[in-house]
Ligand binder design. Sequence first.
Ligand SMILES: NC(=O)C1=CN([C@@H]2O[C@H](COP(=O)(O)OP(=O)(O)OC[C@H]3O[C@@H](n4cnc5c(N)ncnc54)[C@H](OP(=O)(O)O)[C@@H]3O)[C@@H](O)[C@H]2O)[C@@H](O)CC1
Ligand SMILES: Nc1ncnc2c1ncn2[C@@H]1O[C@H](COP(=O)(O)OP(=O)(O)O)[C@@H](O)[C@H]1O
Ligand SMILES: [K+]
Length: 524
Amino acid sequence: MNLASQAIVTASQMQAIETLIFQAGMPVASLMEKVALKITQRLTELYPPEPYKRIGILAGSGHNGGDALVVARELHHQGRQVKIYQPFTKSKPLTRVHGCYAQSLGIPFVALADLGDCDLLVDGLFGFGLDRDVIGDGAIAIDTINSWQIPVLSIDLPSGIHSDRGNAMGTAIRATHTLCLGLWKRGLLSEAASPYIGNLERIGFDIPEKSIQEILGDRHPLWRIDPLEVISDRLPIARSAIAHKYDIGHLLLVVGSERYGGAAILAALGAKATGVGMLSIAVPHSLKPLMLAQVPDALVIGCTETPSGAIASLPDLDWQKYQAIACGCGLSLDAGQIVEQLINSEQPLLLDADGLNMLAAMGKVRINQQLPNRNSATVLTPHWGEFCRLFPDLREVERLAALQIAVSQTQSTILLKGARTAIASPSDTMPRSNFPADSQVWINPESTAALARGGSGDVLAGMIGGLLAQGMTAKDAAIVATLWHSQTARWLVRQRTEMGVDPVTLAQNLLPFLQDYPSKIVKT
Ligand SMILES: NC(=O)C1=CN([C@@H]2O[C@H](COP(=O)(O)OP(=O)(O)OC[C@H]3O[C@@H](n4cnc5c(N)ncnc54)[C@H](OP(=O)(O)O)[C@@H]3O)[C@@H](O)[C@H]2O)[C@@H](O)CC1
Ligand SMILES: Nc1ncnc2c1ncn2[C@@H]1O[C@H](COP(=O)(O)OP(=O)(O)O)[C@@H](O)[C@H]1O
Ligand SMILES: [K+]
């Protein structure tokens, strides 16, 4: 694993790593110079002199401001028209000397309003040193800039965003582009920060692995999923030349009701896209003709129905036939005691949607007794509302911390859906009885609000089921499916806009996306 490109850190961890680098002999000024030159280089690629001639620099009092002032100097030497606005009178020493030098070069220091005619703004007001709400001139600068239609490139973090939590501290810059420096800051990959960060990239500055390792240790809890690496390593799934359909996994979907028939179809389409060898679908009896018409390759099992058209009970099935079971999409709350029955099976089990709501109805004591005692993997795929129904006492706990606690209580892989889907799994390395509260959490860094649409989650559940049935571990199936789902959606947005990524189109494009996919990963 590449520590620098995947670890997500807090401000204090980042500071501790920097301190090691400085103690080892790297001068602070040299590091600032190196970082700022890299920012300038990337800025030049993203925003070339034509049409971005006039550039406004916002420089704060700390080293984020220092970085911005070095960028100002370099852009001045490129021949761009640079202006600097500094809202604060005091500065850290290194920031102050860069300010003096910029002044000596004749770069004008101007009032905020004078930046209004710029083609691009560089935001170096606050980085990870922000520790209190932004008020006064800082807040006025941020709100004014947000009211202009000028692209903003933020250095390290959009100023005003809390480096660890990702919330706006009073107010925050809405950046067009954020260049995160060194290691990924925790706040940047939070749901709260997503409306502020624009396109997010990391600029590495050759932090020695041993310094990262020394501070983060072996049990670092927070990681960024790398879209390119994961997809290229895991998809498409290779199959042997002499494969038999039963070698490629048999998935049982337990889905659908009269009320929510479509969810059953969407889950089936998601599962089909994984190439699973055999697909069985248990639905209420009256949905059988519909399912056969939509998914002729599936074995459709008609189940007895409740008066409202939900599955009343499952027929006697030979569970051993299935390599995985996925239950819940469109099930409705009227379904019988199916979830209890499936928990007692020995198969890898995914619960989604009403499968989760039925699990929640079992109550905390039984959930925490039964799930950890299952003989194979359990995957829960709640969005935050479902998560809170399942774990009501974690409602007030911060999202990622709550996820880790829920994983340790249930010994299940939990995929917490949202704009920044987070996946956590029981530790691979520790014996179950010794499982620590701090499981690893993996964050999907790139998605699209085009997925905020009824039915996208059903496709995802089917995909995870299909991958589980083919022998992927619960953690890998959750990570691979999440990436594949969100990257396909991002690719479709380019062709069809955010309005055009309906779940059927999404499911139908999962496989076309894999064809030559590196070129299809939408660069941010
Ligand atoms: N070390 C290095 O060489 C490297 C550093 N790097 C860069 O440095 C950045 C971190 O620098 P930093 O620690 O100086 O903090 P930064 O975010 O610039 O400034 C905060 C300053 O503002 C102040 N302040 C805080 N809150 C405030 C508020 N609400 N309203 C008003 N003022 C407030 C607070 O000072 P105070 O007023 O508390 O004395 C503090 O000094 C980092 O994000 C990255 O860009 C990287 O390039 C890697 C190499
Ligand atoms: N704003 C958003 N940005 C990115 N992804 C999103 C957003 N909103 C929802 N999603 C994704 O879309 C899917 C929605 O799933 P879910 O909430 O279960 O919907 P449904 O039950 O209607 O299918 C999840 O994969 C989720 O991560
Ligand atoms: K900034």
